[in-house]
Structure formats: structure tokens, C-alpha cells
Write a protein that binds this ligand. Structure first.
Ligand SMILES: NC(=O)c1ccc[n+]([C@@H]2O[C@H](COP(=O)([O-])OP(=O)(O)OC[C@H]3O[C@@H](n4cnc5c(N)ncnc54)[C@H](OP(=O)(O)O)[C@@H]3O)[C@@H](O)[C@H]2O)c1
Length: 411
């Protein structure tokens, strides 16, 4: 247990994903943990606390605003771990990272915004290293299944007597069902607007090693473009469509590989796609990828912005309980080792990927940092889920109902 006033503070508890995370913590955090909800409105926080029923009584309430650095510093220094669901992160995230890095406070978030992560690495990796803080971005559907999925496959390959290095690995979404919140749409629209206004960001978004700790040390493997259209994938033996999270997940996996000293190999070609094999992939894969892409595109142009915007969830809104509970995702990572062996991993979640499973992944990441410190790698700085928590977090997520498994052979 921490000597600080709180073990875990949840900042952004009044938002859609924040409230789901509060619900998860109320149900699953051990009773001895000291928990608090934080946000900019005391009244809204009290309402979230009341909404949690008897499980809400254990939460303290803290007021902090991103525009008030002193309030962030006070919250950050009062807790061992800070969860932040205050997004878009490119707009609101950096002062939170700064406060946590300076206070030596571990921080987990749900960003999928590479420009924000690059700013966080450049601005605060050294500070976090000096204070011992673990700043861990992408602790939701992007990018835990990808980042920990490949780590599990690597670990399995080593246990099989192989080197654990791969020539290539392709993550395929086999099926996924769920919805989107106002905050997710706002974050994606904000990213595209920023990139439209700034050429250097367009270069950053296109760079497969945009999150590298040492860009000059990365291998030159030729073109590694994210998929933009329908393609027959010879390695998977099926038709595929783009996967909307590929542009962030692939960068996170490559950052993990570099931070760990290239255990997956320097020649690894890693990509992500949506499998169109079977009706499941066609329906749900299509909804997750093409659907969200079209929605975001509609918000960039005047006429469709108004028309489609009126139908979209606003900040604070997202998929209802029935949608969240009937949601799921199934992912497979197919790989070829440097020895020429085929291996594959399966990652499965049993509720809406972006909200039910994301609240679980984010909360379990925070619980892992709060409770499992002795088992974790002795690292600090701006990290990834695989480098900050690795297989210790995999065990937690398995115990919480997610599947991570690896086998020999192709499918
Ligand atoms: N990676 C994933 O899988 C995944 C999944 C879900 C969400 N996300 C990301 O998580 C973020 C949140 O999404 P959401 O749908 O939950 O958004 P949301 O409902 O709009 O919530 C945003 C939260 O930020 C708070 N906030 C805004 N400005 C603030 C400020 N100046 N100071 C303090 N708090 C402030 C809001 O507080 P008020 O209530 O006071 O306005 C609210 O609590 C987004 O960036 C989204 O992309 C990622």
C-alpha cells in the first residue's frame, strides 16, 4: 500500500469512459485500496459517486482542472497512480503527464493520439525517468491487445525453444462489435484537424517508427504503410480491410520492441488488418473499421458535419448498456519466426472493446501499478503496456476474463 493519501485517483470520472472505469474499480478494487474520483466539477463528481450505489462510498472526491497546473500538481502528488480519461489527450493530456512525471506518480491513459504521445516522450520521458514515474499511454483497446498479444507470442516462442524473433507478424481482427463515444470521435477529428494544419504532423503520422526512442537506430525495411483499401493477404490467406486502430497500435508495438532491446527482432515486419473471412468478419469488421472512418470523415466537412453530427454521441455520451454487454472482440496474431516456424496468438474480450473491455484494461493496468510493483520490470519513463507491466498485466487480464493464448502452427 502507498504512503500517499490515495492509491489510485481517477481523473475524468465524469466522462463516459471515466464513469465506466469508476464502476469497474468500485466492483473489483480490493477493499484496502484508497480510491478517489477527480474532475473539474465537484457536483458532477458527487453525482457519479452517488450513481455507484453503496460501492461509491469508498471514493474520495478531488477537484482539479487541466487549465490549473497547481490543481494537477496537488492531485498528482497525493496519489501513487493516476488514471486519466480526460481527452482529447492532444488538447488536455500534456499538463497531466507533466504533473505526474514531476511528482513521480504512475499514470495510465487511453490515448490513441500519436502526436500527443510523441510530445509526451520528448517533453517528459527524462523527467519521469528521474522521478521513477511510469507514464503508460494506450491502456485501452488501443493498444493493449496488440502490445500484450505480441509479447505473449514472443514469450511462447521462447518457451518452445525458439529465439522469440519474428520475420513477420500480422494482427487480424476476426470479429468485433461495439459502439463509439463522443470523446473518441472528438479525439479522432482533432487529430485529423491538427494534421491538416501541420505538415510535420502528417509526416509523423505516416512514419512507422513515429514513437521510437531512437529513430536513427530503427531498421530500414522499406515501405511499411498502413492498409488503406481491400487487399488479398497472402500470409493470412484471406481478403482483408483496413483496421482503424492499426496506425497507433503498430507504432506502440514497435516502440515496445525498441524499448525492450529488440527481443522480437530488428527485421520484424508488423502490420494490422481486419479479416474478411466469413460473415462475422464481414459484418463486424466492417462496422468497426469502415464505419468509424466514415463517421470521422463526415465531421471534417461542413455539410456532412451538421447532418451526421446531429446523430452522433456528444462528449459524455456513448454506447448503452445493452450494446456494451453484447459487444466483444476476437483478434488473431499470425507470425513467422526467424527460424521459419509458424505461430499464432489469440486475444479475446467479452464485452464492447472500446468501453466495457477498455474500462477493464485501464483499471487492471492501474491496479497492476498500484499492487504488483514488486513483480514489475524496474523501469520508468514514458512506456508502453508491454514494457511497463508486461506479462504481469496479462495475468491480471486473464483473471478478469480476457483470453491471451499462443500456439504453434498457422491457425
Ligand atoms: N483507447 C481506447 O480504446 C479508448 C476507449 C474509449 C475512450 N478513449 C479516449 O478516452 C478519452 C475520453 O473519452 P470519453 O468518451 O470518455 O470522453 P468524454 O465523455 O467527453 O469525457 C471527457 C472527460 O474530460 C473531462 N474534461 C474536459 N476538459 C477538462 C478540463 N479542462 N479539466 C478537467 N477535466 C476535463 C470532462 O469533464 P466534464 O464532465 O467536467 O466536462 C470529462 O470527464 C478520449 O480521448 C477517447 O478517445 C479511448
Amino acid at each position: 500500500m502507498s504512503t500517499r493519501e490515495w492509491d489510485i485517483v481517477l481523473f475524468g470520472a465524469t466522462g463516459f469512459t471515466g464513469a465506466l472505469t469508476a464502476e469497474y474499480l468500485a466492483k473489483h478494487a480490493p477493499a484496502a485500496l484508497k480510491l478517489a474520483l477527480a474532475g473539474r466539477s465537484k457536483d458532477k463528481l458527487e453525482a457519479v459517486k452517488q450513481g455507484l450505489g453503496p460501492g461509491g462510498a469508498r471514493f474520495g472526491v478531488l477537484v482539479a482542472d487541466v487549465s490549473n497546473p497547481a490543481s494537477l500538481a496537488a492531485v498528482a502528488s497525493s496519489t501513487k497512480v493516476l488514471i486519466t480519461t480526460v481527452g482529447p489527450y492532444a488538447k488536455y493530456g500534456l499538463p497531466v503527464v507533466e504533473a505526474c512525471a514531476k511528482a513521480g506518480t504512475h499514470c495510465v491513459d487511453l490515448t490513441g493520439e500519436p502526436q500527443f504521445m510523441r510530445r509526451s516522450i520528448d517533453g517528459f520521458d527524462a523527467v519521469a525517468k528521474s522521478t521513477g514515474a511510469r507514464i503508460v499511454h494506450t491502456c485501452g483497446f488501443d493498444s493493449i491487445p496488440s502490445d500484450l498479444g505480441l509479447l505473449v507470442l514472443h514469450d511462447f516462442a521462447k518457451a518452445q525453444g525458439l529465439s522469440g524473433q519474428f520475420k513477420r507478424a500480422t494482427l487480424a481482427v476476426l470479429g468485433a462489435k461495439g459502439g463509439f463515444s463522443g470523446g473518441t470521435i472528438a479525439s479522432m477529428v482533432n487529430g485529423i484537424e491538427e494534421a491538416t494544419a501541420d505538415r510535420s504532423l502528417r509526416k509523423l503520422f505516416a512514419d512507422p517508427y513515429s514513437l521510437s526512442p531512437d529513430r536513427a537506430n530503427e531498421p530500414d525495411l522499406g515501405r511499411q504503410r498502413d492498409q488503406t483499401g481491400l487487399e488479398k493477404d497472402e500470409f493470412l490467406g484471406t481478403w482483408t480491410a483496413p483496421f482503424v486502430m492499426a496506425s497507433i497500435n503498430t507504432r506502440v508495438v514497435r516502440r515496445s520492441n525498441a524499448l525492450l532491446g529488440y527481443p522480437y527482432g530488428k527485421e520484424l515486419r508488423y502490420r494490422e488488418t481486419t479479416s474478411l473471412k466469413g460473415v462475422q468478419g464481414l459484418i463486424f469488421g466492417g462496422v468497426m473499421t469502415v464505419g468509424l472512418g466514415a463517421v470521422v470523415a463526415s465531421q471534417l466537412f461542413g455539410p456532412t458535419k451538421k447532418l451526421v453530427g446531429a446523430l452522433l454521441p456528444k462528449p459524455g455520451e456513448g454506447p448503452d448498456k445493452a450494446t456494451r454487454e453484447s459487444g466483444y472482440f476476437k483478434i488473431r496474431i499470425e507470425a513467422e519466426s526467424v527460424e521459419g516456424e509458424r505461430l499464432h496468438a489469440r486475444v479475446v474480450g467479452t464485452s464492447d472493446p472500446g468501453y466495457g473491455e477498455t474500462a477493464k484494461m485501464l483499471s487492471e493496468a492501474a491496479l497492476c501499478l498500484a499492487l504488483d510493483e514488486a513483480k514489475l520490470p524496474k523501469v520508468s519513463g514514458v512506456l508502453t503496456p508491454a514494457t511497463a507491466m508486461g506479462l504481469v498485466l496479462v495475468e491480471r487480464l486473464r483473471a478478469a476474463g480476457m483470453t491471451f493464448e499462443a500456439k504453434r502452427g498457422a491457425r
